[in-house]
Each structure stands twice: as structure tokens, then as C-alpha cells.
Write a protein that binds this ligand. Structure first.
Ligand code: ZN
Length: 183
């Protein structure tokens, strides 16, 4: 089942999520629906708060790079209770967008290039991996969602100023759309 997305301005996007104790059928269904929603919205990743759940879960597609070009692969991953164990000192600037902030793309957002992340998968296996490039970027972005952080919080002051107006416009557009749905 496709789930409704939550957008910027929705307070759930600012909440901290809770760890999953047991992988129940409810969790399996949630993950399945999150994957379906991610595909339907053409996203690379989706975190639980973005569909109104406060479980510590995100899903993503593995992004590969060839000669500077990035493309989504068919490999989908589920991260339950992810923890960023370590990050490289080396930082890289890449462009980002977010399904919860439709239409906003910002270039050159600085994040660590390489990270080590631990998580459990749907079978309950613990996975520790060191990843780099776009995959690391997606994991950091989605992991932020689990802590109530949005990518616009990661902008340099100068970048923040540049997108301020655009973010306001997006928020207004969403409010308008939602009031139409309510009435
Ligand atoms: Zn996002």
C-alpha cells in the first residue's frame, strides 16, 4: 500500500524516532509499504517519519557512480536501528533533494565522504558496512530524518539565505494543497 507523505512544516519531521525492539509483522508491512511509496514517488530513500511513523527505520536504493554520473540500482536496502559508527574527516559537497521538500535541490551540501554504519535487516541480522560516495550520502540524509533533522539544516549560512524564500514558497504551496484536501 502506498503511504501518504509528510511534508516540511509537519511537526513529525522534527521528532526523534524510537528503536525497533522486535521485527513484527507490523514492521514488515511498514517496510514493504515504505519501499512501495519510495518507488511510487521516484525517491532514492525514505525514512519512517516521512510517512508518519516514528520507528527508527529507513529504506533506500543503492546509488552507483560511473564517470561522475550517478544512477539508482535495483538494489534496495532496509536499515533498522541504524547507527553511524564513524565518519571520515574528508568531506564532500554534493547536491541533495528531499521528498518532504518537493522541488528544492541544493548543490554542494557538505557531508563526510565515507562512513561506517551499523543496522539490522528485516531478518534481524546485524550489518556493519563501510560505504562511500552517493550511497553514504543517502544513508546520512535518511539517518538525519530519524533524528528530526532535514537537509536544509545542513546548509552553510550563505546557502540558507539563498534558499530561504524558496522554502517559504514550498511551505505555502503545501499548506494550500492541504487546506484544499481538508475542506
Ligand atoms: Zn529527505
Amino acid at each position: 500500500m502506498q503511504l501518504d507523505l509528510r511534508y516540511i512544516g509537519d511537526s513529525i519531521l522534527r521528532e526523534k524516532t524510537k528503536e525497533v525492539d522486535v521485527i513484527t509483522d507490523e514492521i514488515r508491512i511498514l517496510v514493504r509499504d515504505m519501499i512501495e511509496t519510495m518507488h511510487a514517488k521516484n525517491g532514492i530513500g525514505l525514512a519512517a517519519p516521512q510517512i508518519g511513523s516514528l520507528h527508527r527505520i529507513f529504506v533506500c536504493l543503492v546509488v552507483e557512480e560511473t564517470e561522475g554520473q550517478r544512477f539508482k540500482t535495483e538494489t534496495q536496502r532496509v536499515y533498522i536501528n541504524p547507527k553511524i559508527e564513524s565518519v571520515s574527516e574528508e568531506m564532500v559537497g554534493m547536491n541533495e533533494g528531499c521528498l518532504s521538500i518537493p522541488g528544492l535541490y541544493v548543490d554542494h551540501i557538505m557531508r563526510p565522504k565515507t562512513i561506517t554504519v551499523s543496522s539490522i535487516d528485516l531478518e534481524g541480522n546485524k550489518i556493519v558496512e563501510t560505504i562511500t560516495g552517493w550511497h553514504a550520502r543517502v544513508v546520512l540524509h535518511e539517518n538525519d530524518h530519524l533524528n528530526g533533522v532535514l537537509f536544509i539544516d545542513r546548509l552553510q549560512p550563505k546557502q540558507k539565505k539563498m534558499v530561504e524564500e524558496e522554502v517559504k514558497k514550498i511551505k505555502k504551496k503545501i499548506e494550500k494543497k492541504q487546506s484544499r484536501i481538508r475542506h
